[in-house]
Design a protein around this ligand. Structure first.
Ligand code: ADP
Ligand code: MG
Length: 287
């Protein structure tokens, strides 16, 4: 029997918007999250209603138009900001402040590293704060710098490094901390294209090696498809989930081969269309 051509279409991989998982598979649960900012000119409803789960060890990308509440969502998940309604839970426990087993990498690497601390000391700082013993700290810092290919700049200051290298230091700092969940907010938006491609591959290799659960926010559609096992698309503000698709590309990905795979083109096309619809205010059924 011929396979149904529908099976190969990107839409066939779409889960219901905001797919949820059984308890034993879900590490992070977002339920009915709403965020309204108070403002002088009247309240701003940045996020209307988000429900989704992140599976343990999953690498999920989140894309949405600028202003769709991606940073707001990450701050709520990271426990840096309260929600107006709904609930975010990690391992079954509602998040009320920054969870111990979570790390965040922000876009602005220039402001996220301490200029007066050497690279090694920057990476070590969260471990010191967590009370990790000195010998173990040294091991973790060395391993993390090696994982991002920066063992040779241990003693340099951040301002002596290029932008891409500084962002690798920020990634090393996050992974040295051995988080269960790693949140990344458009971390490669400010680096050149070649560095960006290298950093994308670095994230996939770190993810495979450490088995960490990653939520990677980007406005770059190609990046989301290349990196993710799954892509969640947000509508424009007030935000709901526009679509949620599985990326069924091979696990071994390379910039040249994966990006020239016809399936890659199909998937990016699908994500592009959804984002265009989101920008034009088309909302998924039931939202
Ligand atoms: P994104 O990261 O997707 O670009 P943001 O989460 O930064 O989106 O912003 C979502 C919406 O919330 C935007 O309309 C933005 O103007 C608004 N917003 C973000 N932060 C604040 C704030 N502190 N006070 C008021 N409105 C805010
Ligand atoms: Mg943002």
């Amino acid at each position: 029997m011929q396979p149904d051509p529908e099976d190969a279409s990107p839409a066939a991989t779409s889960g219901p918007a905001g797919a949820t998982l059984p308890d034993e598979e879900a590490l992070l649960r977002v339920r009915g999250l709403q965020k309204i900012y108070p403002a002088d000119a009247g309240p701003v409803e940045a996020i209307r209603d988000l429900t989704f789960d992140l599976g343990r060890g999953e690498l999920t990308c989140l894309v949405g138009p600028s202003g769709s509440g991606k940073t707001t969502l990450l701050k709520c998940i990271a426990g840096l900001m309260s929600t107006s309604d709904g609930d975010v839970a990690l391992g079954g426990k509602t998040i009320t402040g920054p969870p111990k087993n979570m790390a965040v990498v922000f876009q602005e690497y220039g402001r996220s590293l301490f200029p007066w601390l050497r690279v090694g000391a920057n990476v070590e700082l969260p471990l010191k704060n967590a009370g990790t013993p000195r010998a173990r700290r040294k091991e973790l810092v060395d391993e993390a710098l090696e994982a991002v290919g920066l063992e040779h700049v241990h003693k340099s200051y951040p301002w002596q490094l290029s932008g891409g290298m500084q962002q690798r230091v920020a990634i090393a700092r996050a992974i040295a901390y051995q988080p269960e969940v790693l949140l990344m907010d458009e971390p490669f938006a400010a680096v050149d294209a070649q560095t960006r491609a290298d950093l994308e591959d670095l994230i996939r290799s770190v993810w495979k090696k450490l088995g960490v659960t990653i939520l990677f926010v980007t406005h770059d559609i190609d990046e989301s498809v290349y990196l993710g096992q799954r892509v969640i698309m947000l509508s424009s503000s007030p935000t709901v989930i526009q679509d949620d698709i599985a990326i069924d590309l091979p696990a071994e990905r390379t910039q040249l081969e994966t990006r020239s795979d016809p399936r890659f083109t199909e998937l990016r096309h699908h994500v592009y269309e959804q984002i265009q619809q989101a920008k034009q205010g088309f909302r998924p059924r039931g939202a």
